[in-house]
Design a protein around this ligand. Structure first.
Ligand code: AP5
Ligand code: MG
Length: 190
């Protein structure tokens, strides 16, 4: 199966994707993790990427698509994969559609995880105490939430029109969220 996971910062995409890739035995493609990996190198590219990610802005669409396409060429992605936080703009969604059209693949399901903003801010500030991600400061969290609402949320309608969208309530325990996700995935597998 090929699944896209959409949701605002802190809603639990990473938490749920870890469980789902184990359940479906497919690779986890987190563009956030891929970009943080680029950031760890000391190159001109890493400094350029940091200037976007550390400010809570989206990295350029074509750069992200190039990184994703390289990963998709790996044989472990042949039977399926889980996209965590990609696509994040309409341009990225169109680039992914074009890539799939060229490679004879298609998307099976888009999961949309939702929770109220105050809960998202609370979760991320709590995570900041443990993980020290450069973009988990109050100002940057606010910027990331704004970017989600303006640039990513329009994708929900884009995928809903194609009958791919399934919304899940992220304001439940991680176990309850996963139960809902499993139900949607099992329905899609039949
Ligand atoms: P990315 O790494 O994708 O970050 P994000 O979207 O901001 O989301 P997070 O990873 O912060 O949250 P999450 O939803 O994974 O939640 P988590 O499971 O950790 O992207 C980072 C940056 O990279 C972007 O801002 C952008 O700059 C760049 N980027 C990435 N993709 C891009 C793209 N496609 N195009 C351009 N730029 C891109 O959970 C959060 C916390 O809550 C954790 O502590 C967790 O333990 C806790 N938690 C989880 N579930 C629950 C629950 N049910 N109840 C209570 N607590 C919970
Ligand atoms: Mg994440």
């Amino acid at each position: 199966m090929r699944i896209v996971f959409i949701g605002p910062p802190g809603v639990g995409k990473g938490t749920q994707c870890k469980r789902l890739v184990e359940y479906l035995c497919i690779p986890h493609l987190s563009t956030g993790e891929m970009l943080r990996e680029v950031k760890r190198q000391d190159t001109a590219l890493s400094r350029w990427v940091s200037s976007y990610v550390d400010a809570g802005k989206l990295a350029p669409d074509h750069l992200v698509m190039r990184i994703v396409a390289q990963r998709l060429a790996n044989p472990d992605c042949e039977t399926g994969c889980l996209f965590d936080g990609f696509p994040r703009t309409l341009v990225q969604a169109q680039l992914l559609d074009e890539h799939f059209a060229k490679t004879g693949r298609r998307l099976d399901l888009v999961l949309d995880l939702q929770a109220p903003e105050e809960e998202l801010v609370h979760r991320l500030l709590k995570r900041a105490e443990l993980e020290h991600r450069a973009d988990d400061t109050y100002e940057t969290i606010r910027a990331r939430l704004h970017v989600f609402q303006t640039q990513t949320a329009p994708l929900l309608e884009y995928y809903d029109r194609r009958g791919l969208l399934c919304s899940v309530n992220g304001l439940q325990s991680a176990d309850e969220v996963f139960r809902e996700i499993k139900t949607a995935v099992d329905r899609g597998r039949k």
